[in-house]
Design a binder for this molecule. Structure first.
Ligand code: PBG
Length: 328
C-alpha cells in the first residue's frame, strides 16, 4: 500500500501524538554516572579534555553524590587515583586505599546511591597496565589474584556491585569465587565483557592518570575489527557468572551492542566513554553542534541499539533534560 495511501508523516505531524508513538525512551533509571576520586581534601580539578568532569577528593565526591541523588541518578561508578603508584598497583586492593575509603564515606553520607566499583589496576600501577607485568608482558593469572582481592576489599567497604575492566581471562570467575568465599555471594558483577582497545579512552587516561608507560593494551583489550570475539567474550563471562555484561565503547560498536542484546540473558550495559563525551563537548564549544541535542541523540541511539544501562559522563545533564521532558 504505497503512496498516496500511505503517508508516514501522519504519525509525525503532531507533537503530542509523536510522543505517544515514540519507540525508544530514555529514563533516568538507565544512567550510571562515573566519578574520579583523588586523595586530599576540598580538591576538585577539572579534567581539561572532559569539560564538566573532575577529579574529586572524597569530601567533594560526597557533595557531587548528593547532587546526583537529588537529580534522580540511581547509580554511580567509581574510579580511583592512588596517592602513590607501584608496579603491583597495591593501593588498588589495600583496605585503606582511596576506593574503599570513598565507598565507605559515600555509602554513609548518601545511602540512596547504588555504588559500583570499577575493578582494574591500571590506575594504580606505575607502568599503567591493567595487571602484573613482567618482561614487558601482562601476566594473566597472577593478575587474577589481585583483581579478586580488590573486589573483596571493595565489597567489604560496602560497594553494591563490582565491575572488572582489566580484560584478564577468567577475571569474572576469579572474582565470583573470591566474593562467594568472602561472604559476598549477593554482590553482583558487571563485567566489561566486550571491551575494545580504543582511542576513545584518551581523555579517561588523562582523568585517571593511567596511560600505559610503554606499549599499548592491544594484547588484552579487543581488536576493533572483531565481532565473533565479542560474542565469545560475552558467552564466557556469562558462564563465569557475570550478572550484567558490558560493551565498551558504545558508539563505534553499536552493532556489537545490538548483537549482544539479542543473545544475552542478563542486562546489557554500554559505556559511552570519555572520548565520545569529549567529541561532543569540543564540537559544542566550537559552536559546530548543539551539544545538548547531540548528547541526547547519542544516548537515545545507545538505548535503541539495546543498552539496558548506560554509563555516561552526560548522566547529570541528561537527568535534567529527562526531568524537564526537554528531549525525549
Ligand atoms: C580501566 C578502564 C578504562 C576505562 C574504564 N576502565 C581505561 C582503559 O582501559 O584504558 C575507560 C573509560 C572511558 O574512556 O571513559 N581499565
Amino acid at each position: 500500500m504505497p503512496f498516496p495511501i500511505v503517508r508516514m508523516r501522519r504519525l509525525r505531524n503532531q507533537p503530542r501524538f509523536r510522543a505517544m508513538v515514540q519507540e525508544t525512551r530514555l529514563s533516568i533509571q538507565d544512567l550510571i554516572e562515573p566519578y574520579f576520586v583523588a586523595p586530599g581534601l576540598k580538591k576538585r580539578r577539572e579534567i581539561s579534555s572532559m569539560p564538566g568532569q573532575f577529579q574529586l577528593s572524597i569530601d567533594e565526591l560526597v557533595k557531587e553524590g548528593r547532587k546526583s541523588a537529588e537529580a534522580g541518578i540511581a547509580a554511580v561508578i567509581l574510579f580511583g587515583l592512588p596517592g602513590r603508584k607501584n608496579p603491583l598497583g597495591s593501593e588498588g586492593y589495600a583496605r585503606a586505599g582511596i576506593i574503599p575509603k570513598a565507598i565507605r564515606t559515600l555509602k554513609k553520607e548518601v545511602p540512596e546511591l547504588y555504588v559500583i566499583a570499577d575493578v582494574c589496576l591500571c590506575e594504580y600501577t606505575s607502568h599503567g597496565h591493567c595487571g602484573v607485568v613482567a618482561k614487558g608482558k601482562l601476566l594473566n593469572d597472577p593478575t587474577l589474584k589481585l583483581l579478586a582481592r580488590a573486589a573483596v576489599v571493595y565489597a567489604e567497604a560496602g560497594c553494591d556491585m563490582v565491575a572488572p575492566s582489566a580484560m584478564a581471562d577468567g577475571q569474572v570467575r576469579a572474582i565470583r569465587a573470591a566474593l562467594d568465599q568472602g561472604g559476598f555471594a549477593d554482590t553482583p558483577i558487571m563485567s566489561y565483557a566486550a571491551k575494545y582497545s580504543s582511542s576513545f579512552y584518551g581523555p579517561f587516561r588523562e582523568a585517571a592518570e593511567s596511560a600505559p608507560a610503554f606499549g599499548d593494551r592491544r594484547s588484552y583489550q579487543m581488536d576493533p575489527a572483531s565481532r565473533r570475539q565479542a560474542l565469545r567474550e560475552v558467552a564466557l563471562d556469562l558462564e563465569e557468572g557475570a550478572d550484567v555484561v558490558m560493551v565498551k565503547p558504545a558508539l563505534p560498536y553499536l552493532d556489537i551492542l545490538w548483537q549482544v542484546k539479542q543473545m544475552s540473558p542478563v542486562p546489557v550495559a554500554a559505556y559511552n566513554v570519555s572520548g565520545e563525551y569529549a567529541l561532543i563537548k569540543a564540537a559544542a564549544r566550537l559552536g559546530w553542534v548543539d551539544g545538548e541535542r547531540a548528547a541526547a541523540e547519542v544516548l537515545l541511539g545507545i538505548k535503541r541499539a539495546g543498552a539496558d544501562l548506560i554509563i555516561t559522563y552526560h548522566a547529570r545533564e541528561a537527568a535534567r533534560w529527562i526531568k524537564e521532558g526537554k528531549w525525549p
